[in-house]
Design a protein. Structure first.
Length: 302
């Protein structure tokens, strides 16, 4: 039985990653080790699983049949492990999580590090990137994302928090230019805005009974594509900024930034956790989800 399962995970990873080198990166193996594992399977089965060329790697007809059976077998094994885990209180194994760079560093990483400290048999891999990831192809157990998450085919989702925005300015700027008292006043101030590829992110606020969004973006000469750089510039007194509360919370507490127009409703961006749909949620993923759901609301407000 052990021989039948040997290399199956490597073979599946090679198919889903689209190559031996990519599979090796996912499994922390060399390309040579991946190739040898698949060669042993082909020798044992006496079939060719891949069409190999210098530029591409594709499944043979036998390889496609074998891949489909291997995927089902691995799903059953994972379901069995999850069922066993459900009776325990300690998570084990490797947990791979993807999160946006700044939000992940400030809000997600501390929570997951605490989970890992509570479960010594858990191996945590946190990848911080603002690019969208494919949980299946990139081999992630969990992804943290905000805003539009698409159709989420084959994925489960859970709302784990809300990111609120706030207008803020430095005491030096406010002493010189005064405080805005209503949204219209923003147009008479200087803003530091988020801009990328010629597109400026407008400052939007829900208004009226239907909560329709109204725009009140101040004129600006400073446009950055990094929100932390915007916060630094605002703290230096170069203008007002519209930023996530979790990013400026420590600066507000220290007095280097002052929140403004706090009676104006704030736009909210929902933060979601996504994970591959499975009959039994692994305990390591469940603990991470529960910890994030409990902790994130307390980190995203001022």
């Amino acid at each position: 039985m052990a021989e039948l399962l040997s290399g199956v995970d490597v073979f599946v990873a090679a198919v889903e990653a689209g190559g031996f080198a990519a599979a090796g990166e996912r499994l922390h193996l060399t390309r040579s080790a991946v190739a040898k594992a698949i060669a042993r399977i082909e020798e044992r089965l006496n079939v060719r699983l891949f069409h190999r060329t210098t530029r591409s790697l594709g499944l043979t007809e036998d390889g496609q049949v074998y891949y489909e059976r291997c995927v089902r077998a691995l799903e059953e094994l994972r379901a069995g492990e999850a069922a066993l885990e459900s009776g325990r209180r300690e998570a084990a194994g490797r947990l791979r999580v993807s999160a946006p760079v700044l939000f992940g560093r400030r809000c997600v990483a501390p929570v997951l590090a605490k989970v890992a400290a509570q479960h010594p048999k858990l191996e945590l891999e946190l990848s911080l990137s603002d690019r969208p990831v494919d949980l299946f192809e990139d081999g992630f157990d969990l992804a943290i994302r905000g805003g539009n998450i698409g159709d989420g085919a084959g994925l489960m989702t859970r709302k784990i928090g809300v990111q609120r925005m706030a207008i803020c300015g430095a005491p030096t700027y406010l002493a010189k230019h005064g405080r805005p008292k209503r949204l219209d006043d923003l147009l008479r101030h200087t803003g530091i805005v988020y801009g990328r590829a010629g597109h400026i992110r407008t400052w939007e606020f829900p208004a009226g009974e239907r909560k329709a969004l109204v725009e009140a973006t101040p004129p600006s000469r400073l446009r950055f594509d990094d929100v932390e750089a915007i916060a630094d510039a605002a703290e230096a007194g170069h203008g007002l900024a519209w930023l996530p509360c979790w990013l400026i919370r420590d600066r507000v507490r220290s007095g280097t930034l002052i929140p403004l127009l706090r009676d104006v409703p704030s736009i909210e961006f929902v933060t979601y956790a996504l994970w591959p749909q499975t009959p039994h949620l692994p305990l390591r993923v469940r603990f991470a989800l529960d910890a994030l759901t409990a902790a994130l609301p307390g980190t995203t407000d001022l």
